[in-house]
Design a protein around this ligand. Structure first.
Ligand code: C5P
Length: 218
């Protein structure tokens, strides 16, 4: 396709990142990891030592933060105020705090605006997150809601992070609960999104399925 936006939403560990990056490469497009944007702001908030209950302090830090957002699907590198944060934003401190920061409406408004700018500048882009089809890009050509059983999601995440499966499952459940129940742009499937349950599916299989859906639409 000449131009296309693919929205990939779903809970943590559903395979969004791996699948989105592979799909972006397959369509010779770029990749936007909106979760990494919320993580990067969270890293700045923790770095500043702000109270996670203090929404005003969080918003102020977010406004003063300079984000550099990589969109190469093979190496999406992020910088915060010039510091390379790719490893740090995947660490337990950021993972533990990100849902609180992402629940602040003014932080979301700021990042959604940035996401839309990046999307409109890219001819072909795969965007992954929680609210892409519902809020950020409701006009996307293809909207996918990726899911998988809680056990499968925990197993994948713990294999990636080399952490304990039970602890990972508890953490995923905690974040999904927070992300689905917040007032501002909660995780929710768009009415016109296609659900793909990736439990027991291989990555190649999922990517091939999305590509064939995309080819039949554009
Ligand atoms: O996708 P990832 O697990 O990196 O996202 C981290 C967190 O960022 C999510 O748990 C959620 O709180 C938040 N997020 C969001 N909206 C998005 C993407 C991520 O609220 N579009």
């Amino acid at each position: 396709p000449e131009r296309c936006v693919v929205a990939v939403d779903g809970p943590s560990g559903s395979g969004k990142s791996t699948v989105s990056r592979r799909l972006a490469t397959a369509i010779d497009g770029v990749y936007l990891d909106t979760g990494a944007m919320y993580r990067a702001i969270t890293w700045a908030v923790l770095q500043a030592g702000a109270d996670l209950q203090d929404a005003d302090a969080i918003v102020k830090i977010a406004q003063e933060t300079t984000l550099s957002i990589g969109t190469d699907p093979l190496a999406p590198r992020f910088r915060v105020n010039g510091t390379d944060v790719d490893a740090a934003i995947r660490g337990p401190e950021v993972t533990g705090a990100v849902s609180a920061v992402a629940a602040v409406p003014a932080v979301r408004a700021m990042l959604v605006r940035l996401q839309r700018e990046i999307i409109s500048a890219a001819p072909r882009i795969v965007v992954e997150g929680r609210d892409i089809a519902t809020v950020v890009a409701p006009d996307a050509e293809l909207k996918v809601y990726l899911t998988a059983s809680a056990a499968a999601r925990a197993q994948r995440r713990s294999a990636e992070d080399a952490t304990d499966v039970a602890a990972t499952e508890a953490d995923l459940n905690r974040r999904d609960q927070l992300d689905s129940s917040r007032a501002a742009d909660p995780l929710r499937q768009a009415d016109d999104a296609v659900t793909v349950d990736t439990t027991g599916m291989g990555i190649d299989e999922v990517v091939a399925h999305l590509l064939s859906m995309l080819n039949s639409k554009v």
